[in-house]
Design a protein around this ligand. Structure first.
Ligand SMILES: [Fe+2]
Length: 305
């Protein structure tokens, strides 16, 4: 297994070749993958071929898998695997067409936040020989590092409320959205949650800003007006060009990103007749904050050293 980082893009984003993710991944390689994710934010494994079952088995090694509330596009056999697509068959959509089309961090609205997302590209739209539907990432470690010292000191220890409905409503407000308002039952399944404004990555020990524009609604320790002002500053700060990195998809890519150190945004620059399809698993940070999990995951590396 070889890990390459893109020099031009600084330390954010990596590519790993020489491994077949459809087969059980040896412990030493898995440890390197988890470290690469924490350090580089997102990792692409090109030319993979994974069934929904294989994607679920591999993703499950990072932690518990979330099952989407809407349910409509979950794999019948493996409901933890969801299809994202603009494709239709017999007039019916084959997947969720507008997933993630703005800046956010997955599952920050959950009491147990999201750890990694695992996506596998089955169809990638092309126009004039160029791929469409890139995924953008923002480096929230660098954004944290560059905050003014007095702001770091002032906000340290504060908490942010994250609300699933904020992003859902902003997607609904877009022209052509087919999303219905959340039902009382769906809302009850996704109540807002509260997390530290700065988090420490449990594997790398590095700190990151954790306040994404998609879901963050309030800094709880500040007056509402001040909270709005500071949140807007943080949203603008972390989305500066210098923190943004782009993944251009190829069919067969498995792309994993670490939600603890990144924001992402799915660019919707393709038309309904330009087919795109991904299968996806979303993994909770239910195990990665357990020091025993981290120790056990990294142990094969120490044995090899
Ligand atoms: Fe997302």
């Amino acid at each position: 297994m070889q890990i390459q980082t893109k020099e031009a893009d600084g330390a954010f984003g990596a590519r790993i070749t020489g491994i077949d993710l459809s087969k059980p991944v040896p412990g030493e390689d898995f440890a390197r993958i988890i470290l690469a994710l924490g350090h580089h934010g997102f990792v692409c494994f090109p030319r993979q071929s994974m069934t929904p079952g294989a994607l679920k088995a591999f993703s499950g090694r990072f932690g518990g898998l979330q099952i989407s509330v809407s349910g409509s596009f979950n794999d019948p056999e493996h409901p933890e695997v969801m299809t994202l697509s603009n494709m239709r068959q017999d007039g019916k959509p084959l997947g969720l067409a507008d997933a993630g089309q703005d800046w956010h961090t997955d599952m920050s609205y959950n009491a147990t936040i999201g750890y990694v997302n695992v996506l596998h590209a089955l169809h990638v739209p092309y126009r004039d020989g160029e791929p469409l539907g890139d995924t953008l990432f923002a480096d929230t470690k660098a954004a944290f590092r560059d905050l003014p010292d007095e702001m770091k000191a002032r906000l340290d220890g504060m908490t942010v409320t994250h609300d699933f409905e904020k992003f859902w409503e902003s997607m609904r407000a877009r022209p052509g959205s087919t999303r219905a308002p959340l039902t009382a039952e769906q809302k009850a399944k996704r109540p807002p949650s509260v997390h530290p404004i700065f988090i420490t990555h449990p594997v790398t020990g590095e700190r990151a800003l954790y306040a994404n524009p998609g879901y963050a609604t309030r800094i709880n320790e500040l007056e509402p007006g001040e909270s709005d002002k500071v949140l807007q500053f943080l949203f603008d700060h972390q989305l500066q060009e210098k923190y943004i990195h782009r993944h251009r998809w190829s069919v067969g890519d498995v792309l994993i990103w670490d939600n603890l150190v990144s924001l992402h945004n799915a660019v919707a620059d393709y038309r309904p007749d330009e087919p795109r399809m991904m299968i996806r698993c979303q993994v909770s940070a239910d195990r990665v904050f357990d020091p025993d999990f981290v120790r056990a995951t990294l142990a094969p590396l120490e044995r090899a050293a």
